[in-house]
Structure formats: structure tokens, C-alpha cells
Design a protein around this ligand. Structure first.
Ligand code: SF4
Length: 363
């Protein structure tokens, strides 16, 4: 069996420094190699012309440079939009698959990216949770999602590129904080060819309290979104098992401290589910929860998945909910359900991939 070299891109910057030190090279070489990998996006060691031939040969003997493979790409063909939502399924070097989504809008090109293969948290409405957890993504696997989407945009338009990143794909980013942070440090490095201001990057969590505290003291200037989905402890627990570990009372206190420490508002994401969290009482509880810290509310439609038990709400219900929030003087936005025809919600394309594989195995 051929011995597959390990991928140098999977090394953290600290590990890369250690490798360079072990090879007897000065520490600044690690930074140079990192730049070749993530700024110039070198595909071979020969391209790294600022590095001695001897070192390039040593690296090539020990490592390879890997890239994800595009396993599937679906566009939202039913939308009238000339720039439809695009969902990609990327295959990693251990054959695991992750999804990444491009969401174009009037002034933005948003990359919705994954942080884990699957997810351990098993929210009832989510395909990633249903598919189970495989592993954390490495920083480069997170970064390559953005690069892949950027390459795709360039095939359509030379002048456009990713303007925003949201960690709202598969996985809970605050359960993979070190790699998520390293990917953000690279994606926002102003000396690299592709770089975004950190304020254009949003980390979305279900409310992992230690992770929110870590984020608050990390020095990152990213935005924070919290998937609330109910301000009733009982309903939230029934939707999101993680709510049993991190209660709404604890979450409110943590978000209050987060906004005081960072001076930044939190976006509370609330997915309206017919007959579950869409009553007047639910709206009242949401307003009460939101009053104690700096926040805005983002209401989203549920994007139904085949065989899933939830349904999206009627427009009248949504209007009532919005009015209740507005009457309380809280900022609210309503997000349309992107890419319904391609199942563009967290985990849905990957879940289809899993289903395909299972069906295949059953043949
Ligand atoms: S909604 Fe997010 S946290 Fe919940 S199971 Fe899905 S990926 Fe995990």
C-alpha cells in the first residue's frame, strides 16, 4: 500500500514552526511557508521560490499539499435571481464530506461555511445533527471552503469576491474554537492576498457558554449570532438538547457580559416553526429575554427537509411576531429562506450525500 504523505496545510502555525525548527531552519521560514500556502495558494513546493531548494526538497519528502475535491455543486434553479444560491459538497482527504454555501445578495457575497464534519449537538430541526458527529475541521479545511467559493465567483465575474463569512454551516464553531480562530486569523490577515475585516465574519453558536466567554476574551473582532429559537426553557430543550446543559438564565447572563465586554450587539436567530414557537406568548418571552442586553433579532423561515417533522409558519403569524418585537422597540430583520430548491440549510446537502451513500451500500 502506498504511504500517503501528510498534508502540510493541516499543521497549525505552531506545528509548522516546530517542523521548521526540527529541520534546523530559522523560525521566519514557517511564516513564509504559511504565506505560500494561504496567500499565494501554492499547489507545489517548487513554487515556493523564496525558500531554498534544499528546504523545498526536504518538505516535499515529508509532506504533500492537499485541496478539497468538489463532490457536488447545486444552484438554486427555481429562483428568479440572476445570482442564485450555490451549495457545494466538498470531499476531504479522509473522504468525509462537508457543505459550503454561497449566498449572493445585492451588495454581498456571503460564504456560509462549516466548522465540523457533522455535529454532536443533535438539534431536532437540523440534518447535520441527525447525521451525527465525525470530527472537527482543521483550520485549512475551513479556509479552503472560502477559497473554493471565491474561485467559483471568479468564474462568473472577475471583479467580485467573498464579502462576508458566516459560520452557519455544519457543526458548532465554538466546539472547535482553536481551529476556527486560526482560520479567522488567516482569512483576516491583511498581508495576505485574500483578507476580510474580522467584523465581516460572524460566528454562530447554539449558546455554548464557555465558548462565548472564550470568544469574548480572544481579541477577535468578529460578530456573534446565537441560535435561540425559543425563549421558553422547556421548548428550547425540546428543540435543542444542548439547552439542558446551558440554560436560558445562564445564556442571558453570559450574553449580557459578552456585550458589556466587547461593546458589540449579539444577533439572536429565531427560526419560526409552525405550532412550536410561534405564539403570542412565545413572542412575549422572546422580547423579555432580549431586553437585558444589546441585541437584534433575526427571524428566519424554516427550510423544510424531506421526512422532517417541522413546518414553516403562515405569513400572518410571522407578521404578528414581527409587530410584537417592533412594538417593544427591538431591532428585527427577517431573512428569506435561501435556496429552498437545493436544501440550502445547515447539513441538508451533506445529509442527502449520506443518504445516497447509504442507499448505494444497500444495493
Ligand atoms: S443546528 Fe447547528 S448546532 Fe444544532 S445540530 Fe445543526 S449544526 Fe449542530
Amino acid at each position: 500500500m502506498q504511504n500517503k504523505l501528510s498534508d502540510i496545510k493541516h499543521l497549525s502555525i505552531q506545528d509548522l514552526r516546530q517542523v521548521i525548527s526540527n529541520l534546523g531552519e530559522p523560525a521566519y521560514r514557517a511564516r513564509q511557508i504559511h504565506q505560500w500556502l494561504f496567500s499565494h495558494r501554492a499547489a507545489t513546493f517548487e513554487e515556493m521560490t523564496t525558500i531554498s531548494l534544499e528546504l523545498r526538497n526536504k518538505l516535499a519528502d515529508r509532506f504533500r499539499i492537499g485541496f478539497p475535491i468538489l463532490a457536488d455543486c447545486q444552484q438554486d434553479v427555481n429562483a428568479d435571481d440572476p445570482s442564485p444560491t450555490v451549495k457545494m459538497l466538498l470531499e476531504l482527504d479522509d473522504n468525509e464530506k462537508i457543505e459550503t454555501v454561497l449566498i449572493p445578495s445585492e451588495n454581498r457575497m456571503t460564504a456560509c461555511i462549516s466548522s465540523q464534519v457533522g455535529c454532536p449537538l443533535q438539534c431536532r430541526f437540523c440534518a447535520s445533527g441527525q447525521a451525527g458527529f465525525k470530527r472537527n475541521l482543521t483550520a485549512d479545511e475551513i479556509i479552503d471552503q472560502v477559497f473554493t467559493l471565491n474561485d467559483f465567483i471568479r468564474t462568473r465575474s472577475e471583479s467580485k469576491e467573498i464579502t462576508n463569512i458566516v459560520f452557519m454551516g455544519m457543526g458548532e464553531p465554538l466546539l472547535n474554537f482553536d481551529n476556527v480562530k486560526e482560520s479567522i486569523d488567516t482569512l483576516s490577515d491583511q498581508s495576505y492576498k485574500f483578507n476580510l475585516p474580522q467584523r465581516k465574519i460572524t460566528i454562530s453558536t447554539v449558546g455554548i457558554i464557555p465558548g462565548i466567554n472564550e470568544l469574548a476574551s480572544s481579541g477577535l473582532k468578529t460578530k456573534l449570532a446565537v441560535s435561540l429559537h425559543s425563549a421558553s426553557q422547556k421548548i428550547r430543550e425540546s428543540l435543542m438538547p444542548v439547552a439542558r446543559e446551558f440554560s436560558l438564565t445562564q445564556l442571558r447572563k453570559t450574553l449580557s457580559e459578552y456585550t458589556s465586554q466587547t461593546g458589540e450587539p449579539v444577533t439572536l436567530v429565531y427560526m419560526l416553526l409552525k405550532g412550536i414557537n410561534d405564539s403570542v406568548e412565545d413572542a412575549r418571552l422572546l422580547v423579555k429575554f432580549s431586553r437585558s442586553f444589546l441585541c437584534k433579532i433575526n427571524l428566519i423561515d424554516y427550510n423544510s427537509i424531506i421526512n422532517m417533522e417541522f413546518k414553516s409558519v403562515l405569513n400572518e403569524t410571522k407578521d404578528m411576531f414581527i409587530q410584537h418585537i417592533l412594538d417593544a422597540g427591538i431591532h428585527v430583520t427577517v431573512r428569506k429562506s435561501y435556496g429552498a430548491s437545493i436544501n440550502a440549510a445547515c447539513g441538508q446537502l451533506a445529509a442527502k450525500g449520506v443518504k445516497k451513500a447509504e442507499n448505494h451500500n444497500n444495493l
